[in-house]
Design a protein around this ligand. Structure first.
Ligand code: SF4
Length: 345
């Protein structure tokens, strides 16, 4: 595990050996406080630990105060080009800002941001995305160009004595994301915010993000993560929690379900999806198995906390390794749901 520095974002610690922090980002208009707060609170209920909002103008930055009063999670402001938005958002209580000093251009304006960020202990995330690489680095191998672009931003902050930094290097390509993060991790010890950028809709994102994040987590390089998915950001948080659960880094639910075949006697997918939805937000380690027949159903059922397996005319129900009984299909599904409810209390 890489020994990264620790950075505090509100009451959440990133890096320094702390557990990996789950982040997501709203896709509402930040000026619409009602909708933004509603989405943030949905994200938090799902398990999001830090939320980022886009602050494209000063009006948005002014809304930060109102938003902060109604949420219980550290808030990050995403800012580009205009140093005044960064300063305004800090004055209004933002917990962290994401800027690239390089695109603010005037060093005296960067210094103004750094001064107030230091005063208020607001960390800054800097980084590079493949979508906006500096022209003069384009001749380098992509991972190196990404890494150097981010390190250049880091140096602009360090020049002003600012070290409360988180770094991100993101590509829409999973392999490039892995290589770029490894490149940066070799050179500095600031915590890394990791994710595949513009990862796409759910299938693409989940596969790309799993490749990149699992590899980098195994390398010990991930301090905080975002799984970027087009659409409802709640899916980002559900996916991030599943990833950390399946990597045995968090307690969480798992639904084991078979792909079905000619032996299946009930609609496995429908039952599994319904259970998944019911237990998605639970923090306890719970395994539910839903198998179409008894070929593998008995073994899986006995290993799960609760499970069913299809059999002639109904389903066999298991609870904590024991067969509870055999029931007609409908009754068996209802009983399974009752047991799941009991387990999640
Ligand atoms: S558990 Fe049974 S129904 Fe499901 S895929 Fe395996 S053999 Fe087919």
């Amino acid at each position: 595990m890489r020994a990264s520095k620790m950075v505090k974002v509100g009451d959440i610690s990133i890096g320094g050996g702390n557990p990996i922090v789950i982040q997501s980002m709203t896709n509402t208009d930040t000026r619409d406080v009602e909708k933004t707060v509603e989405q943030i609170n949905n994200l938090v209920r799902t398990g999001c630990e830090i939320v980022r909002v886009s602050l494209p103008d000063l009006e948005c930055a002014k809304k930060v105060k109102e938003i902060k009063e109604r949420i219980s999670v550290p808030l990050v402001g995403d800012i580009h080009f205009d140093y005044r938005i960064a300063i305004e958002s800090i004055k209004n209580g933002i917990d962290k800002i994401r800027i690239n000093p390089g695109n603010i251009r005037d060093p005296s304006k960067v210094l103004e941001i750094v001064k107030i960020a230091k005063e208020r202990s607001v960390p800054i995330r800097v980084g590079a995305n493949t979508g906006s690489l500096p022209k003069d680095l384009e001749h380098l191998p992509r991972e190196q160009a990404l890494g150097e672009a981010a390190l250049r931003e880091v140096k602009l902050l360090e020049k002003h004595g600012f070290n409360d930094i988180v770094i991100s290097v993101k590509s829409s390509d999973a392999i490039e994301t892995i290589q770029a993060n490894r490149y940066v991790a070799k050179q500095v010890d600031y915590p890394l915010h990791v994710g595949v950028t513009e990862a796409g809709t759910i299938y693409n994102s989940l596969i790309k993000s799993s490749i990149a994040l699992s590899t980098l987590i195994m390398d010990g390089l991930v301090d905080t993560l975002r799984i970027s998915i087009s659409g409802n950001p709640v899916n980002e948080v559900i996916s991030a929690r599943k990833l950390l659960t399946f990597l045995h880094l968090r307690e969480g639910p798992d639904v084991v379900a078979c792909p079905t075949c000619a032996r299946s006697v009930f609609d496995v997918e429908k039952v599994a999806l319904a259970i998944e939805e019911k237990i998605a937000k639970i923090d306890k380690k719970i395994t539910v198995s839903v198998l179409g027949c008894i070929v593998n159903g008995i073994g899986e059922g006995k290993e799960a906390d609760v499970g069913i397996a299809g059999t002639k005319g109904g389903v066999v129900l298991f609870y904590k390794g024991q067969i509870v009984g055999t029931y007609p299909y409908e009754e068996g599904i209802n009983k399974l749901e009752e047991y799941v409810k009991e387990l999640t209390k």
